[in-house]
Design a protein around this ligand. Structure first.
Ligand SMILES: [Zn+2]
Ligand SMILES: [Zn+2]
Length: 364
């Protein structure tokens, strides 16, 4: 009974409209995205109704909004000692790993206290600060975090924490110059992880996402990797209409109709809400807040070996408005308000402790 062919009759969770999907293993597969009204095995009794068929075979496997940012240790390093150039990222994970049991204990205590004492303010992130040794002799302080929910969920594994900052490093130095496309994209992924903690909003303005010469499978992979890194409620993607259409073409190539996806509520919100501007060739990626960080240069969102010129700057908000947002014709929507506090777990005098600190994120 492996690879039986068949169909599902499904109902949209929002409007209850029925659709028919053809797929393999109709009896064993499952879906969290729609209500399965009835399953049909072609050998037993195929579906003969006339519900519309999107021609999709992969909907039940695709997670269009994974929103699971990752910090890839193997990728291009952005946190390097400003004095020695030493890569501090692996050392930071190692330093936190050494104290992992006490760190996890501090987080569990905090979660229990927050559940027990309802007057404690809500937090969006659990933040971990740890000293990182370096051959320069100065201690570096690394900031890790994860999205914090008071639902009794366990601390994620160390590999799933995001590294947002290391003191005594110089992003402007590391991210200004000529880098390969792949290095730029890997750096951008790490910056997005950083901006998700420190910034109110993220703006990605790029005329091209993936290149014409890539296969549709590769293009879709680039889109999905990018979208997984982003929080739809805080991100603006500004790209050319043709680029947006290419994304839809890649989806359709995989049997997923964009309009069908939006009817199912599956369409990725970041792309759906993206501002589309035809006449801009600017490639600008920024984390926006009272102070902003801007990565800009010649790189579109695509990986590859060719070289790109890139610049990183920390700028005041007013400068970003005048020099970037106004010329690009962007008026940003109000960001979803951030919570007023964060949970900080750090080590002082050899003791790991937890505190509810003011501000959505620590000051760096
Ligand atoms: Zn619907
Ligand atoms: Zn150092």
């Amino acid at each position: 009974m492996i690879n039986d062919r068949g169909s599902w009759l499904v109902a949209c969770r929002k409007c209850a409209q029925h659709f028919a999907f053809d797929l393999r293993n109709p009896m064993e597969s499952y879906s969290a995205d729609c209500v399965i009204v009835e399953r049909f095995d072609d050998d037993v009794g195929p579906y003969t109704g006339n519900a519309p068929r999107p021609g999709a075979s992969a909907v039940y496997q695709l997670d269009m909004n994974p929103d699971e940012p990752r910090f890839e240790l193997d990728a291009f390093a952005i946190f390097k000692c400003a004095k020695t150039g030493e890569d501090l990222e692996a050392a930071a994970f190692l330093a936190l790993g050494k104290s992992w049991l006490r760190v996890a204990d501090g987080r569990a205590q905090a979660a229990n206290q927050m559940l027990a004492r309802s007057q404690l303010p809500a937090v969006e992130h659990a933040v971990f600060a740890v000293d990182v040794p370096c051959s320069c002799g100065e201690p570096h302080r690394a900031i890790f975090y994860h999205a914090f929910r008071l639902d009794g969920s366990d601390m994620p594994p160390l590999d799933d924490l995001l590294l947002a900052d290391v003191s005594g490093t110089d992003l402007t130095d590391v991210l200004t110059g000529v880098l390969s496309k792949t290095d730029v994209m890997q750096a951008l992924e790490k910056l997005i992880a950083r901006w998700r903690l420190f910034s109110d909003q993220i703006l990605l303005a790029t005329p091209f996402v993936a290149h014409q010469w890539k296969t549709k499978a590769e293009r879709l992979a680039i889109w999905e990797r990018l979208l997984a890194q982003l929080d739809p409620s805080r991100t603006m993607l500004m790209t050319r209409g043709a680029t947006f259409k290419e994304y839809r073409a890649a989806l359709i190539e995989f049997g997923l109709d964009h309009d069908m996806l939006s009817r199912f509520g599956l369409e990725n919100r970041i792309v759906g809400d993206g501002k589309r501007k035809q006449d801009s060739h600017a490639k600008v990626y920024m984390g926006l807040g009272d102070t902003c960080e801007v990565l800009s240069g010649s790189a579109n969102v695509v990986k590859g070996g060719s070289m790109e010129n890139i610049t990183f700057q920390a700028l005041r908000r007013a400068k970003v408005e005048t020099s970037y947002l106004t010329p690009l014709g962007i008026s940003l929507p109000e960001p979803r308000p951030r919570l007023s506090h964060h949970l900080l777990i750090d080590c002082r005098d050899g003791e790991w402790r937890w505190n509810i600190m003011s501000g959505a994120a620590p000051k760096v």
